[in-house]
Write a protein that binds this ligand. Structure first.
Ligand code: PGA
Length: 251
């Protein structure tokens, strides 16, 4: 059985006081949610404070990115995976489409970051997904397969236990356009087959594959009914404690 993961990606939103207030509210709204793992990802500067606020709760902490180097060194502006652990993170989002589109992340840098996450014992939420032009050209499977083959290249069996995939079609992110449950299921099944080809069936069957792209309280239920959808990576609707709690409590 794969335990679902509902993760909130706060992107570059909220100042510290508001972030702290949101998690306190969220904590009280999801105390009984034992059916899934709950993760939130605030910006770097808020991680330690939020980690302290979350102590003893069932909400885990994620960063939104990490350095591709895992050793200390002259990498101005970068934050390593061991530093994220040190600040209280258990997870890190890697290769989000906004980072791939606007900040130079490539499958190769994603692969280095995934290995850095593994070295620090973090769960890596690895994002994949096609653009609208790629889908219109019928290339979505090829694109996602390439992202998986290159992004997860060279991982050990133990490393794969800490990988969570997030399928996020770029055309559905922040647009209010969700993939239909059927479209999402089709891609999730394809991703699981691809993981199976690379790492074998038992790794593929154990791996959580989250859907992301305009997940809201009113569409999460149908998405979660799909056989290969094991959770959600939520942007906009995770910013308010009430709406994110409704998504967490989809059952
Ligand atoms: P969205 O963002 O829910 O606002 O579409 C999802 C994401 O970017 O992870």
């Amino acid at each position: 059985m794969r335990k679902p993961v509902i993760a909130g990606n706060w992107k570059m939103y909220k100042l510290l006081a508001e972030a702290a207030e949101t998690v306190l509210k969220l904590k009280s709204l999801v105390t009984n949610a034992g059916h899934c793992e709950i993760v939130i990802a605030p910006v770097f500067t808020q991680l330690k404070t939020i980690a302290d606020r979350l102590e003893g709760s069932n909400i885990q902490l994620s960063a939104q990115d990490c350095a591709s180097e895992s050793e200390f060194g002259p990498h101005t502006g970068e934050v390593s995976t061991s530093m994220l652990r040190d600040a209280g993170c258990s997870h890190v989002i890697i290769g989000h489409s906004e980072r791939r589109q606007f900040y130079g992340d490539t499958d190769q840098s994603v692969n280095k970051k995934v290995k850095a996450a593994a070295a620090a014992g973090l769960f890596a939420i690895v994002c994949v997904g096609e653009s609208l032009a790629e889908r219109d050209a019928g290339a979505e499977e090829n694109i996602v397969k390439g992202q998986l083959l290159n992004g997860l290249e060279g991982l050990t069996l133990a490393d794969t236990e800490r990988i969570i995939i997030a399928y996020e079609p770029v055309w559905a992110i922040g647009t209010g356009k969700t993939a239909t449950p059927e479209q999402a299921q089709e891609m999730h099944a394809f991703i699981r087959r691809t993981i199976s080809e690379i790492h074998g069936e038992s790794v593929a069957n154990a791996m959580r594959i989250l859907y992301g792209g305009s997940v809201k309280p009113d569409n999460v239920g149908l998405l979660m009914e799909q056989a290969d959808i094991d959770g959600a990576l939520v942007g906009g609707a995770s910013l308010e404690a009430e709406s994110f709690a409704k998504i967490v409590n989809y059952k």
